[in-house]
Design a protein around this ligand. Structure first.
Ligand SMILES: NC(=O)C1=CN([C@@H]2O[C@H](COP(=O)(O)OP(=O)(O)OC[C@H]3O[C@@H](n4cnc5c(N)ncnc54)[C@H](O)[C@@H]3O)[C@@H](O)[C@H]2O)C=CC1
Ligand SMILES: O=C(O)[C@H]1O[C@H](OP(=O)(O)OP(=O)(O)OC[C@H]2O[C@@H](n3ccc(=O)[nH]c3=O)[C@H](O)[C@@H]2O)[C@H](O)[C@@H](O)[C@@H]1O
Length: 478
């Protein structure tokens, strides 16, 4: 059996590497139109950072795992074609700002149709709007010259989280496969199931109809993001009342019906998918006339925007309502720890908010490059996931400096803001940092990872999300 995956990104790369690693009897080829990305997958410097990924790639690469730009050949030869291309939010036209842009998906479908001379199982790995399989089937059928070639479409959404992708792939809570309730649909489900059964217990492989599988993915992300917005909304209330959001989260999380996970209050959720998938869900609800349902889910994104804005306002307010010309050290730019990914990271909105008030910002992140940071700060909303769109130079680019060392970034700054929960930030020498900063020296902990009591002992004014406010800050707020 030969598996070909279109799209060598954060999902296509790691998922195919895991399949090849666990199934030495299957040949797996990952193809992409991005030649630089493919070259990186074939090198010692993989294009994405993910703990444990390199070891798995190294073991399987050249044995039964290959990365190639020859899309036509490998798609033509594949028995199962995974499609793992980007499905960004539309930036123009009908549904702009909410609907999924299926340009890349349709491009992949047209490619499959045009080169296929044998029947194939086409697997939706990308996150797509419900009913996409129907549209894709039409594109495949109408563009394939050979009427004897059959296409069976399956939905097999991916639930991995970045930073823990390899663990999630090795031991997933579940694998979901949706297919048609026809004989050939069920047969195709069986084939894909047999691939996963190489390492995943059968009872963890869930089968559903196509529409349920497609909708389950959007719903899972909406529920996860909703928990974060819920606790973040409570963090604002905690600050207003003297409650502590971590104590509240712990108290409710011990209720087995609520559970302890995904209750960390933060400066906002980021990542390539939560916002895009919720907006997509909102758009679908609107198009079928469910405005109240759409509004309910849209509020999850509104609270997320509110949380980022609230954080910036807290910073400005604490620093005597003026940050013009002040240096602010930003520790962490990735959307979460253990990844170099910055897509929709809350750091972008926070930095843009600070820059709008004329601050100078010094950024340090252990895994994000300087070029990436400048690019992110120059792109408009939703533009990052459209590979053909370049950024324009940020008008305040000279106000942003990127450092390779946290201590250098903090030197001479008025404040430091923790925006990503990297473990290394917990172990920094904060006395040394305090001594190098302007006074009063502020810490804004957007992830609640630092030892606040110790920081106060050193002399910092500390703002921690959802925690009782320092008397110094209360004066500004009462
Ligand atoms: N990033 C994540 O953690 C997760 C992402 N997803 C979903 O998976 C999908 C892919 O996401 P990522 O891997 O993060 O995107 P990505 O942007 O990292 O990778 C997509 C790749 O597809 C390639 N591509 C686009 N059109 C192509 C074509 N016609 N032929 C060949 N290659 C083509 C692009 O060049 C790019 O390298 C999205 O729908 C996303 O919502 C789902 C679960 C987790
Ligand atoms: O479809 C996707 O792309 C993926 O989206 C998320 O995975 P990911 O975005 O990689 O990472 P998460 O761990 O979910 O974190 C998302 C954001 O929420 C934030 N977060 C997470 C948990 C929490 O308690 N609080 C919080 O603010 C993180 O810092 C991060 O910015 C989901 O967890 C995956 O199941 C899903 O497959």
């Amino acid at each position: 059996m030969k598996i070909t995956c279109i799209g060598a990104g954060y999902v296509g790369g790691p998922t195919m590497a895991m399949i090849a690693y666990k199934c030495p009897d299957i040949q797996v080829v990952v193809v992409d139109i991005n030649a630089a990305r493919i070259a990186a997958w074939n090198s010692e410097e993989l294009p994405i950072y993910e703990p444990g990924l390199f070891e798995v790639v190294k073991e399987a690469r050249g044995r039964n795992l290959f990365f190639s730009t020859d899309t036509q050949k490998h798609v033509a030869e594949g028995d199962i074609i995974f499609v793992s291309v980007n499905t960004p939010t539309k930036t123009r036209g009908v549904g702009a700002g909410k609907a999924a842009d299926l340009t890349y998906w349709e491009g992949a479908a047209r490619l499959i149709a045009s080169v296929s001379t044998t029947s194939k199982i086409v697997v939706e790995k990308s996150t797509v709007p419900v009913k996409t399989a129907e549209a894709i089937e039409k594109v495949l059928r109408r563009n394939c010259a050979d009427p004897n070639v059959a296409f069976e479409i399956l939905s097999n959404p991916e639930f991995l989280a970045e930073g823990t992708a390899m663990e999630d792939l090795a031991k997933p809570d579940r694998v979901l496969i949706g297919g048609k309730e026809t004989e050939s649909g069920q047969r195709a489900i069986g084939v894909l199931k047999s691939v996963y059964e190489h390492w995943i217990p059968t009872e963890r492989i869930l089968c559903a109809n196509l529409w349920s599988a497609e909708l389950s993915k959007l719903t899972a992300n909406a529920f996860l993001a909703q928990r974060i917005s819920s606790i973040n909304s409570i963090s604002a209330l905690c600050e207003a009342t003297g409650a502590d959001v971590q104590q509240v989260a712990h108290s409710i999380g011990t209720d087995s019906r609520i559970g302890p996970k995904f209750l960390n209050s933060s400066v906002g959720f980021g990542g390539s998918c939560f916002q895009k998938d919720i907006l997509n869900l909102v758009y679908i609800c609107e198009t079928v006339g469910l405005k109240t349902v759409a509004d309910y889910w849209h509020s999850v994104v509104h609270i997320n925007d509110y949380q980022k804005q609230r954080f910036v306002e807290r910073m400005i307010d604490a620093m005597f309502n003026t940050i013009s010309g002040k240096k602010i050290a930003v520790l962490g730019f990735a959307f979460k720890k253990d990844t170099g990914d910055t897509r929709e990271t809350p750091a972008i909105d926070v930095c843009k908010g600070l820059l709008a008030d004329n601050a100078k910002i010094n950024i340090y992140d252990p895994k994000v490059t300087e070029a990436q940071i400048h690019n992110d700060l120059s792109l408009g909303k939703f533009m990052w996931d459209h590979p053909t769109t370049g950024g324009t130079a940020s008008p305040r680019q000279n106000a942003v400096s990127v450092f390779k060392d946290a201590y250098e970034a903090c030197k001479d700054s008025h404040a430091l803001a923790v925006l990503t929960e990297w473990d290394e930030f917990k172990g920094l020498n904060y006395q040394k940092i305090y001594d190098s900063m302007m006074k009063p020296a502020f810490v804004f902990d957007g992830r609640n990872i630092l030892d606040h009591a110790k920081l106060r002992e050193i002399g910092f004014i500390v703002y921690a999300l959802g925690k009782p406010l320092d008397p110094f800050l209360q004066r500004n707020y009462s």
